[in-house]
Structure formats: C-alpha cells, structure tokens
Design a protein around this ligand. Structure first.
Ligand code: ZN
Length: 208
C-alpha cells in the first residue's frame, strides 16, 4: 500500500478488494531502522475498515516487540518483524502468535537465510527483502534468487511449514524466476499501482 494514492486510499483499497490479490501489504517505517518514515496506527486502522482481505503488516522498526498489541488492535492479521531489529526474536514470535496473528520474520539483503534455522518451525512466514528496505520503487537484487532457493531447502530440511514471501522490486519480468526459486508470496507495489492496467499485472503475478 506504500505505492497507493493516499489522497484516494478508499479507491485503491476497493481496487485491491476486487482484484485477484490475496492480502494487503503494509510497510511500517520508523525513520531509525530504515531511513524513511511511512505511516502509523490511524492509517492501518483506516485501511482495516475498508479492506476485505487480510492485512499483512511488515514492521521495519526497531524493537517491534513494543507494539505487538497495538498492531493487533489496529487490525493486523499477519505481523512480520525484522531479524535485524529483534534481540529476543523467539519471544517476539511467540507473543505475536499468542495475540492471534500469524508471525513472520524478514531478512535484509545482507542477512543469510541460515540464521533462521533454529526458529523456522516457529514462524508462519519468512520475508526475503529483495531491495534495501526503506523506499518503494527500487531495483530488484538478483542475488535474492539464490537466497530463496537456499531458504526453501532449509525449510524443507527443518520440516517447517513457513511460506516464503519476497518483497522489493517484484514485477512481471522476475515473478516467474521468483516462484521457480521457491517464493510462495509476492509483494508488489509500484509494479501494480504504477501500471497502465494494474488488474492485469496482478493477474500475471498470480499466474507465475
Ligand atoms: Zn514490505
């Protein structure tokens, strides 16, 4: 939703509701963990009121454990925290699940998938950042493909049910490579909202 038109948010939410997309992906930035600031609880809450699909909330913030119940109250269905922002990741994941949300862990481009080995059976989703987090509309980092494949293998070997989500620079030119490498969920912002025919882009991403 970072790429949506915030002056016509209702129209963009209605569009996603009517589209083949499965979830709303919300990027929360604090200006500390990432150099940008996005939006906070009032916007999440407003999106929740209009959204007819689950809210997938990606926290690019330091110490996200401070806000788990606030995001639950604002309407998050899936809450994803960064590995790099959590000292006690296991505890944070448990708390997210205790609050009735699905729990995800995100990895920055420089963080290897292997760091999640001992927590893979606890998480519902792993988010691979395929750009440096903080801004929409960046170019896809191609090394992410190998990382997705290694993570898929790790998930298999650990008998985890975690889904792999890819976020950053996803578009119709790389979606097939991503799903072939093992991605289960593709996040797209500017590829959709910047397109002439956004619904057709979603359909093409879904077909990959
Ligand atoms: Zn995101």
């Amino acid at each position: 939703m970072l790429s949506a038109n915030f002056l016509h948010l209702q129209a963009d939410i209605d569009f996603v509701n009517a589209s083949a997309a499965d979830w709303f992906h919300l990027d929360i930035m604090d200006g500390v963990f990432v150099p940008n600031i996005s939006y906070g609880f009032p916007v999440v809450h407003a999106i929740k009121k209009a959204a007819k699909k689950p809210l997938d909330v990606h926290l690019m913030i330091e110490k996200p454990e401070r806000y788990i119940s606030d995001f639950k109250q604002a309407g998050a269905d899936i809450l994803c925290v960064h590995y790099e922002a959590c000292t006690h990741l296991h505890r944070t994941i448990q708390e997210i699940k205790q609050q009735g949300m699905k729990a995800g862990v995100a990895l920055n481009p420089h963080t290897p998938a292997e760091v999640l080995r001992d927590i893979l059976t606890e998480v519902d989703m792993v988010l691979i950042m395929s750009v440096n987090p903080g801004f929409g509309g960046q170019k896809f980092i191609t090394q992410s493909l190998g990382k997705i494949a290694r993570l898929k293998e790790l998930i298999r070997s650990e008998h985890s049910k975690a889904l792999i989500q890819v976020d950053g620079g996803v578009d119709t030119t790389n979606c097939c490579q991503l799903t072939k490498a093992g991605a289960d969920i593709l996040v797209a912002g500017s590829a959709i909202f910047g397109a002439q025919n956004p619904a057709a882009v979603i359909d093409e991403l879904k077909r990959s």
